[in-house]
Structure formats: C-alpha cells, structure tokens
Design a protein around this ligand. Structure first.
Ligand code: MYA
Length: 591
C-alpha cells in the first residue's frame, strides 16, 4: 500500500487540550479511514503473512532456543517484513502507518520476540535514516536494510542513562587529522539486535563551539572497526530477540555519517521514538486478541460446579473488561496511525498515551487470561505463560510508563499554564523549567480564571451518549483540577509527581475512550454488522474508565485526602524504606 500521508495537516493533538478541559474532536472524528483500494492491497499482504506466522514460525521454539529460526528470517525477507514502511524507491513495502499497524498486529498476535527483532531494526534502528537521512545516506543504507540483508539497532541507552536520555556519556570527538570524521568511544547496554546488526544509529555527546557537549546522532557500520558486542543477555521474555551490550573503542565515523545536525541528536532520538511508539499499540492489539481466543475458548469449554465457567458472573466480568480494553486500545492505535497518515504532526503526546495504554492493557488482559485458564495458564504447554513473560518489558522499554506519564502530564500542564497566562513568552523546557512559566503565568491569570466552555463530543449519536457524557464530564474535571494544581503548586508542580501521575493516567483513559466513541460512531453511521456491539464496547469502556478517572481526578486536587494526607504519608514511608535499605518495620515476633 503506497503511503497516503498528506503533506501536512492543521489538526492539533487531542491529549494536550484535555488539560485545559477541552475536547479537540477533530483528532478523533471522523475516525480516520484508509482508502478502499489501500485496504485491498493491505489485505493481500496480511493474509499470507498471517498464514506464515500461524504455520511456519514457531514462537515456542524461538523462545526455547533464544533466537529466531534462521529459516524463518530467510522467509520473512522476501515478504518485506524487514522494510514494511520503508519507501518503495529504497526497496521497502512503503506501507503507511495504518498498514504498518495492521501488519505488526499479526506479529504481535503470534510472536512478540520476533516482533522486537523486526521492530528494533525498522521501527527505531534505521528509522532515523528514513526520517532524517540525506539522499546519499538513504541510497547507501536503506535498500539492504529494507530487504533484511542487514539489520539495524538503535543505540541510546547506557549504564547510567535510561529514562534520562540526555545524560549519555558516549562521546564522539572530531578526529585530529582535520578530516571532519569523528572518533567514537563509549558503551551502550540492552541494545536490541546488538549482536546481529550491521548498521547502528548511535547517540553520542559531541563538543560544541561554546565548550559544552550536545548530543549528535551517527550512522555507524559494524565494519568501521572498534565495535564489540557482549553475549546475548538472558532475559525473562522476548527471548528470541537478541539483546547485548555494545562497545565503541576509537571507532572512526566519517563526517558523512552524521544523522541530522551535529548537536541535534536529542531531537533525532525523540523524533524516532515518537514515530515508533504508535506501532506498539498495533502489535499489542494482536497479542490481546490471541489472549481473548484462549480465554473465550476456556470459558466456553471448562465446566465447574456443573456449569460452563463462562456462565459465572466473575468470568463474564473479566471477559467484558478484556474486550472493552481491547476495543479502546485498538481504537486509539488506529486513531493515532490514521492521523499520522493524514499528515498530523502533533501526535507525540497521543503516541506516548498509546504506548502506555496498550502495554498496560495488554498486561492486564494477559494476566486475566491466565487467571481464567487457572493452572493451565501457568503451564509451559500453553502460550499464555510465554506471552505474559514477553509482555512484561513493554511497560519498561521505548519509554517507561512512569517517564511517559511525566512527559504527558508536564506537557499538558505546561499547555494549561500557557493557556492561563495571556502574555508570558512560552518557556521551552518544561521538564526542567516548568516553574518559570507556571509561576508568572499563574499570578497573571489568578484573577481571571473562569470556567471554560463545557467540553463537547457533539458528534456522538444517541446510543453513545452515556460514553460521551462521561468523557465530557471527565475532560471538564481534568481541566479544573489542572488549574487548581497550578494555582496551588506554581513552579513546584514539576516535583509533584503523584498528582502528575494521576493527571496523566486520567488523560490517557479519556483519550482512549474518545477514540473508542469516535470509532463506534463510525460503525453506527455505517450500520455495520457489529455496530450495536461496538456501541456496547465503547459505552462499557467509557463508563468504567469514567469511574477510574473521577477517582484519579479527585485525588489529583491538592485539597483531597490524597493530596493532604495520603501522598505525604507515602513520601514518608518511602523515605523510611530507603533509609533502612529494606522493609523497615520490626517483625511481629520481634526477630
Ligand atoms: S530504546 C530507548 C528508549 N528510551 C526512551 O524512551 C527514553 C525516555 N526518555 C525520554 O523520552 C526523554 O528523555 C524525556 C525528556 C521525555 C524524559 N518529542 O528538557 P526536556 C524536547 C519531541 O523536557 P528531558 C528502547 O527502549 C523538548 O521539547 N520533543 O527533556 C528499545 C525540548 O525541546 P526544546 C521532545 O528532561 C525498545 C528538549 O527536547 C520530546 O531531558 C525496543 C528537551 O526537553 C518528545 N517526546 O527528557 C522496542 N521530549 O529545547 C522495539 C522532549 O526545543 C520497537 N522533547 O524546547 C518495536 C515496537 C513495535 C513493534 C512490535 C511488534 C511486536
């Protein structure tokens, strides 16, 4: 399917507006939809790919052997699996974001470890060349990477630098010979494909004219010399993906291999990660669907106390919760992908929401599946055991749930601060300097804060009013609570991570619920065969999410019991734990 990306779009993001109590429906409605002919082409790719994953790839064997079967890799190459989104002119399949989400859903449904091998190469490993590479770099590297002849790796994380990505120590300095080449030294850890890759996107500090270091991105070939990798790490899951350390010892990198601008590496890293995160939602809807198959089959077959267990309310509650979360995750994943395809550039916060939401929902769904299967789910002969192990890392890598919640909350709060201040020039660095914007902004605006217009999802049809009412109410509450937080804490808000965490969680749930409503609205307007069910799923998700969100927002406000009592208690308890270096209470028996 050829890329249908529009040249640009003036549609702005959805999630940021929530912090101001606004619902930017344009992002969600009409729910993005590819052209009919694109879908036909995509179907021709998905069908054989699904059959291959079902019949030829053996996920359990890959897991046992801690490597993707070589024959599988060879078969995947001509299928375009190593270059799904790479432009056709460079030998890739040229899928748009929606098409990519659909194909990785197939991978996620069958083998997450294989998905990481494929994704680490194209979703982040050489994505930078596609996004920021010049013509020569693209022509030189992309064809072999898209065909799978070479694989790539993304090299950011270091021993002392995980979430705090700017703190890397790997350094590249200009060579003494005046050639413009760089000499690269340093070490990276936990690099997916680290032992297999021929091409690395490496982030390193480079000296700047002002004497300070700034990050630069480089395209590094294994053949440049001085590169060694450690043995594959022994992991809890995604075992067939290769994860190693990497060391650069006086590796000479030609000047032509700077990716983007010298000193512009952090933006390159963030741009790649922002672009890559939407794929996780697609992949994990596949995983959740696999879980649901096992859960549904077991609920229908297993008899206890003279009844099929699916007739018991508790199992029904679980299955419904799984289906509604899956519907919301899938809706959000395709809303983000569709917006990226229609040229929306303001999707960073939604991509972060989609990554966190999908990884947490998938974890919950897999865990509930295991619970429904009982002892069977714990046995190796059932794939749920592997799926649970594989899924755990998704809440950690590509931006942990915690750092992405902070990212979403702080950027949302910054926007709310901007909204409150009529004149103040926007500060650029919210994580570090939020106070400088929030303090003056709030004092200027303190006197003139009024309730904004009631947020509205007026596109929702009558059947979806229950869900729309919840979302409208929650958005208004989030806007009001954010204003209260800003007024109370001013510049101190940056350190109030517990209310920020709640604000982000609320925003994520509201974003997902709105995507689900928009998708169900489309189903209703087209009278599709599953429209009534989709209405139930969207209403079901939004009503439950609404309960969670109202509790989160209640606890966000500084005057709440959480704000005044529980959070200070939690801080004190944590300090005691850290001071003791262990569980600090005396044993009830005294020893
Ligand atoms: S790869 C490693 C993953 N690592 C991370 O994700 C690191 C997480 N940390 C961060 O993202 C950043 O450090 C944070 C910012 C967010 C904490 N977009 O002072 P700042 C701009 C655009 O706020 P910091 C892996 O795990 C900002 O506006 N711009 O930054 C492999 C400012 O610009 P300016 C952004 O406090 C997994 C400047 O940067 C963003 O240092 C394998 C500084 O901002 C942003 N997001 O920290 C997965 N953030 O100065 C395989 C900041 O101009 C993939 N900025 O105002 C496969 C999955 C799919 C397929 C699967 C199939 C099964």
């Amino acid at each position: 399917m050829a890329s249908t990306s529009a040249a640009g779009s003036d549609i702005t993001g959805f999630t940021r507006e929530l912090f101001m109590g606004r619902l930017n429906s344009k992002f969600m409605h009409p729910f993005p939809e590819p052209k009919e002919e694109d879908l036909e082409t995509l179907k021709m790719l998905v069908d054989p790919f699904s059959k291959f994953m079902e019949n030829e790839n053996d996920a359990a064997k890959n897991d046992r052997e801690c490597a993707v079967d070589e024959a599988v890799k060879e078969s995947l190459k001509p299928m375009g699996a190593y270059g799904m989104m790479t432009p056709e002119e460079y030998g890739g399949v040229g899928l748009d974001h929606t098409g990519y989400a659909r194909l990785v859903e197939v991978v996620g449904a069958h083998d997450l470890g294989l998905g990481i091998h494929l994704g680490a190469s194209q979703s982040i490993g050489y994505k930078g060349i596609v996004l920021y590479g010049n013509k020569e770099q693209k022509e030189k590297y992309l064809p072999k990477l898209a065909s799978g002849e070479h694989v790539a790796a993304f090299c950011l994380t270091e021993d002392g630098s995980g979430s705090d990505a700017q703190s890397i120590k790997t350094r590249a300095v200009p060579a003494d010979d005046g050639s413009g080449d760089f000499i690269l030294n340093g070490g990276k850890i936990w690099i997916s494909n680290g032992g297999l890759a021929e091409v690395f996107t490496v982030f390193a500090q480079t000296p700047q004219p002002d004497g300070k270091d700034k990050m630069t991105a480089f395209i590094v070939e294994r053949g440049f010399g001085g590169i060694t990798n450690g043995a594959p790490e022994k992991k809890m899951g995604i075992n067939c993906s290769n994860t190693t350390t990497l060391n650069f010892d006086d590796t000479r990198v030609p000047a032509a291999n700077v990716l983007g601008e010298v000193g512009g590496g952090f933006k390159v890293a963030m741009g790649i990660l922002n672009q890559g995160r939407f794929g996780m939602g697609g992949a994990l809807t596949g995983t959740m669907k696999t879980c649901m198959k096992y859960a549904a089959a077991h609920a229908a077959e297993r008899t206890q106390f003279g009844k099929k267990i699916g007739e018991f309310e508790m199992i029904q509650g679980k299955l419904a919760g799984m289906a509604t979360r899956l519907y919301a995750t899938e809706s959000l994943a395709y809303a983000i992908a569709g917006n990226m395809d229609r040229g929306v550039t303001d999707f960073q916060m939604e991509a972060a929401c989609g990554k966190v939401f999908s990884s947490e929902c998938a974890w919950w769904v897999a865990d509930e599946t295991l619970q429904i299967l009982g002892g069977l789910g714990f046995m190796r002969e059932y794939p749920i055991e592997r799926i649970v192990r594989d899924l755990r890392i998704f809440r950690i890598f590509e931006g942990s749930s915690e750092i992405l919640r902070l990212f979403v909350a702080l950027y949302g709060v910054k926007a709310a601060g901007d909204d409150l201040k009529p004149l103040q020039k926007a500060l650029k660095n919210p994580l570090a300097n939020l106070g400088a914007i929030v303090g003056p902004a709030v004092s200027i605006a303190r006197a003139r804060i009024g309730a904004p217009e009631k947020p509205s999802l007026d596109f929702a049809p009558a059947q979806l009013r229950p869900a729309a009412d919840v979302v409208e109410d929650c958005a208004a509450r989030l806007g009001a609570a954010t204003r209260e937080l800003l007024l109370k804490h001013g510049k101190g808000i940056v350190d109030r991570q517990l209310p920020l965490e709640r604000a982000a969680s609320a925003a994520m749930e509201i974003t997902a619920a709105t995507a689900a409503i928009a998708r169900a609205t489309r189903a209703v307007s087209r009278s599709t065969d599953t429209a009534a069910l989709e209405v139930s799923l969207a209403n079901g998700f939004a009503l439950e999410a609404g309960q969670r969100v109202r509790a989160l927002i209640r606890d966000m406000t500084p005057s709440s019991e959480a704000g005044t009592t529980i959070d200070p208690l939690r801080r004190d308890i944590a300090k005691s734990v850290i001071a003791a270096g262990e569980y600090p209470a005396r044993h009830p028996l005294g020893f």
